[in-house]
Design a binder for this molecule. Structure first.
Ligand SMILES: [Zn+2]
Length: 254
């Protein structure tokens, strides 16, 4: 694991945070970024900061348990960054953002794992979506860990994205590519609905060829599924029992 120059990392982190805000990949105080400085050191954004106005001295250094080393208080979402560093020695930077189009596309029922445009495979593979967890709680890191082990881009439903990279530039490029793709997909869905020509995802065989062309391995069978299982419908069991009881009380049809 290579060591990273802290002074350069501080400057790069502030610049990337500004890019995220300027490009509208989150509101001013949204999200958090980190860079791995060494085997047990992480440089990260402080709690609740304006991403467009960060200064190098504002950043916080912690160890891999999240304990600050020196001044400052890290973001309450640091656990998801630490989960990535724990399970992925190849990861040198993590960005958590609130990209509006990807979040909205998913809220409206769009599946971000479906491949509609080929360049997404070259940028990062496919988007995986983890189960919902309450933001800022310790369970976020725990829930995300198996996904971060397998995927470079993970969405948290009703919340935002996590993108991993060997460095900050790569993590940012993946975030930017995902949001751009969500914009293309959402526009295609809207236009397709208007013209009666809904867009179709790229066929499975061609997705396999794209992975090969990008020299990227497909996620293994041991990885969690890219789309979360359908959420249980509240009260469904009770309603089912009532429906069966009502049918029984009516007797079998003649
Ligand atoms: Zn967040």
């Amino acid at each position: 694991m290579r060591r990273v120059d802290e002074r350069q990392a501080r400057a790069a982190l502030c610049e990337t945070a500004r890019d995220i805000w300027v490009r509208g990949l989150g509101a001013a105080a949204d999200g958090n970024l980190s860079v791995r400085l060494g085997p047990n050191r992480v440089l990260t954004t402080p709690s609740g900061c304006h991403k467009g106005r960060l200064r190098a001295p504002d950043l916080v250094v912690t160890d891999l348990s999240g304990a600050p080393v020196g001044a400052g208080r890290p973001s309450s979402e640091l656990s998801l960054h630490l989960a990535a560093y724990r399970v992925r020695p190849d990861v040198g930077a993590v960005i958590h953002a609130h990209p509006p189009m990807a979040t909205a596309y998913q809220l409206a029922g769009g599946k971000l794992s479906e491949v509609y445009v080929s360049e997404v495979i070259f940028a990062f593979g496919q988007v995986a979506t983890a189960p919902y967890t309450t933001p800022t709680t310790a369970s976020v890191g725990e829930t995300l860990e198996p996904y971060l082990r397998c995927y470079d881009v993970v969405m948290m439903p009703r919340h935002g994205s996590v993108t991993l990279g060997a460095d900050l530039d790569q993590a940012f490029v993946r975030l930017d590519a995902m949001e751009h793709t969500a914009r293309v997909c959402a526009t295609a869905q809207l236009l397709g609905a208007q013209f009666g020509t809904p867009p179709q995802p790229i066929a499975e065989g061609e997705v396999t060829r794209l992975y090969a062309a990008a020299s990227l391995e497909r996620p293994s069978a041991s990885c969690p599924p890219m789309e979360p299982l359908a959420a249980p419908i509240e009260g469904a069991d009770e309603r089912l029992v009532q429906a069966v009881m009502a049918a029984l009380s009516r007797g079998s049809p003649a």
